[in-house]
Design a protein around this ligand. Structure first.
Ligand code: HEC
Ligand code: HEC
Length: 298
């Protein structure tokens, strides 16, 4: 019942249950009649001229069954957490919170120790990295891959190439606050041929095979439309998440058709924020783990 946002539905269900039980008791009591000695009373209805109905009490055993069900309901409510959170000692919910509490007590001090260490020191600590890896597999691997190697649209976190900057604190900020990369669509502005020209210029920046005539035409368009974000040298801008277009590292792919698709339709890409979900200390350990994957690169 903890899924309900307000306490209203908890109360509603509890009142309904209590009233139902009370109502059953009332019906039973109100209809209790004693068998009186002597003449048996009639109900008063008469059918077919002389067909009448005795007003006998319910058989005892049947009545007792009713009482038993009521007692059972009350006992059941008391033992099982029928009143939701009020009686949460035995529910799964309380089992979960107890386990979480035990885990926090056990790991809290260890987390806290690393939370106060310098990020690069965390990155160099095998025990911290083992914890960081476990968390990474739980919270990050579905997007970045179990070895943090990334996938189309999800950056590789092991190549020491960063859209948003690779400084220790910057990587931590990325995980804490999340990031939103927006590459606007240029299809309408440049037209199909124009986009193809720029795409060839982009490929030339990484030394990939390209049509040099197109690349030449594309350079002017690039200088006019793209340098504001990707930089005059096309090496990117970590403030905007505008990627380096010269390093032959690709978020979406290097083929001409993929680059054309990127430029024509634009891209929108979001890294979720983990500050509220995991808290700063766990993010600190995660950032250390991510940094450790890049330690020996370049
Ligand atoms: C829902 C998918 C998703 C999850 C889960 C996710 N990420 Fe990301 N992450 C992304 C995307 C998409 C980007 C690229 C954002 C962009 O291009 O602007 C990104 C970017 C990043 C970057 C910046 C890389 C760079 O080049 O600057 C880091 C660091 C990062 N993620 C770490 C993590 C960590 C650590 C976790 C787990 C706590 C995590 N991510 C969980 C989708 C995800
Ligand atoms: C408003 C800023 C902005 C402008 C202007 C802009 N870009 Fe981008 N571009 C970005 C961002 C941000 C990304 C990363 C998107 C993401 O995180 O998914 C990106 C990504 C790309 C990519 C994908 C690279 C890869 O690794 O797959 C290509 C190619 C690209 N831009 C080319 C261009 C070209 C060509 C132009 C000019 C016609 C241009 N961009 C103009 C912001 C911009």
């Amino acid at each position: 019942m903890a899924d309900f946002i307000s306490g209203f539905w908890n109360m509603y269900v509890m009142v309904l249950v209590a009233l139902s039980i009370l109502f059953c008791v009332f019906v039973l009591v109100a209809n209790m009649t004693k068998r009186e000695a002597g003449e048996v009373k009639l109900h008063g209805h008469v059918w077919d001229e002389n067909l009448a109905e005795f007003n006998n009490p319910l058989p005892r055993w049947w009545l007792y069954l009713f009482w038993i069900t009521i007692v059972f309901a009350v006992v059941y409510l008391a033992i099982y957490p029928g009143f939701g959170n009020l009686n949460a000692d035995r529910g799964q919910l309380s089992q979960y919170s107890t386990e979480m509490k035990v885990a926090d007590e056990k790991y809290g001090p260890i987390f806290a120790k690393y939370g106060e260490m310098d990020l690069m020191a965390v990155a160099a600590d095998p025990e911290a990295n083992a914890m960081g890896q476990r968390m990474f597999l739980t919270y990050c691997a579905q997007c970045h891959g179990s070895a943090a190697q990334g996938a189309k649209g999800f950056p590789n976190l092991t190549d020491n190439e960063w859209s948003w900057g690779g400084e220790p604190d910057t990587v931590k900020t990325t995980i804490l606050e999340g990031r939103m990369g927006v590459m606007p669509p240029f299809g309408p502005a440049l037209g199909g041929e124009g986009v193809k020209d720029v795409a060839n210029y982009v490929r030339s920046l990484s030394g990939l095979a390209h049509d040099s005539l197109r690349a030449q035409r594309g350079k002017d368009m690039f200088d006019q439309n793209c340098t504001a974000c990707h930089g005059a040298d096309a090496k990117g801008n970590p403030m905007l998440g505008a990627v380096d277009l010269t390093n032959n590292t690709w978020l979406y792919g290097s083929s001409e058709s993929t680059i054309i698709e990127t430029i024509t339709n634009g891209r929108q890409n979001q890294m979720p924020a983990f500050k509220d979900f995991l808290g700063e200390t766990k993010v600190h350990i995660l950032a250390g783990y991510v940094l450790s994957l890049n330690k020996d690169k370049k």
